[in-house]
Write a protein that binds this ligand. Structure first.
Ligand code: UD1
Length: 330
């Protein structure tokens, strides 16, 4: 299966590290570039790690040249919606400008395949209940805009060169390695399932529901939660598509059905056997009401098949990781 070397940017982060693990398990040659501003050295395990920023042209060029890289998987980015609302320039700098710089190096070194970590946030507040890849893109926060601009840069570069790409628009990622080796370890987490699991293990005295007046069946926000291992598999399937000569494409990655915040919290209570202390708060800035994927294209083009489409499994893996972090903090 192995082709040329693969540079994974942000490979010490939550999603990138799960992809690195799967790539290594199938025998790929992988190197990681991460500035460790939000990632963890431990998450990279024994894969070679260079500490640096993707916007550093010299570091990136050296890596591409010295490892004969023909594929880049680009995860390095800031990803927190409310933070992007407060500090937009940070997001346009680290996400959009750094991606443009990385692509410049890729173009100069003849990188052939590029797998890009994009987001459902490019859809903003969707006009339809379920978004497919042709749904209008209209981000409502700087995070989504920063990623959409990178998608456009990639589209235009690939039209003007031999580089082919797959941009994966993730929906809500959760869970952890089913063998318990790595997981979501970010301090001051904002993700719902992570926050709820931190509450269960005693790291937070309570948790909040942000918005109970959305136009959804129970008034709380609805999202398509996907297990991080299934999301990682989607990246390998996308790489295989490109290696087979497949055309550049943008693909949603989700399960195609959503859960409300209350349904997620019910699952956390059920799986943990604990009664949760919940506060109801106003809506959070930048949050759409409902985001659910139509994700047929990735199945059709790459043959990707999810294996862990079960909310209680996702919650149970997240909780197992949170308990492990309590014993052995990262
Ligand atoms: C996540 C991703 C974002 C992606 C989006 C796609 C991260 C940090 N965010 O954002 O990159 O574009 O999915 O859908 O990876 N909520 C609460 N209480 C909490 C936390 C959240 O009620 O303590 C609610 C939110 O208002 C929202 C839902 O839970 O309705 C999910 O929020 P969250 O887990 O933070 O993810 P997103 O903001 O959807």
């Amino acid at each position: 299966m192995a082709g040329g070397s693969i540079l994974v940017t942000g490979g010490a982060g939550y999603i990138g590290s799960h992809v690195v693990l799967q790539l290594r398990e199938r025998g790929e040659r992988v190197i990681v570039l991460d500035d460790l501003s939000r990632g963890f050295r431990q998450a990279v395990r024994d894969t070679p790690l260079t500490i640096g920023n993707v916007g550093d042209r010299e570091v990136v060029s050296n890596l591409l040249r010295s490892h004969a890289v023909d594929t880049v998987m680009h995860f390095a980015a800031y990803t927190i919606v409310p933070e992007s609302v407060r500090e937009p320039l940070k997001y346009y700098g680290n996400n959009t400008c750094a991606t443009r710089s990385l692509l410049q190096s890729c173009a100069e070194h003849g990188v052939k395949h590029f797998v890009f970590s994009s987001t459902a946030a490019v859809y903003g507040t969707p006009t339809a209940e379920i978004c497919d890849e042709n749904s209008p893109t209209a981000p409502i926060n700087p995070y989504g805009t920063s990623k959409l601009m990178s998608e456009w840069t990639l589209r235009d570069l690939s039209a003007a060169s031999d580089l082919r790409y797959a941009a994966l628009r993730y929906f809500n990622v959760a869970g952890s390695d089913t063998r318990g080796r790595i997981g979501q370890s970010t301090p001051n987490a904002t993700l719902l399932i992570k926050v709820a699991c931190e509450h269960v293990v005693g790291k937070r005295p309570h948790l909040c529901i942000f918005g109970t007046d959305y136009p959804t069946p129970d008034g709380t926000g609805v999202r398509d939660y996907i297990h991080v291992e299934d999301l990682a598999t989607a990246h390998l399937a996308s790489l295989d598509h490109l290696r087979r000569g497949g055309a550049s494409t943008v693909m949603n990655v989700g399960y195609g059905h959503g859960y409300s915040v209350r349904e997620v919290l019910d699952s956390v209570a059920r799986v943990s056997g604990r009664k949760l202390v919940i506060r109801e708060e106003p809506r959070r800035a930048g949050d759409p009401s409902t985001l659910v994927a139509k994700a047929q294209r990735i199945r059709d083009l790459t043959g990707w098949q999810p294996r862990l489409d079960d909310l209680d499994t996702i919650v149970s893996n997240s909780l197992a990781w949170e308990r492990k972090l309590l014993q052995e903090p990262w």
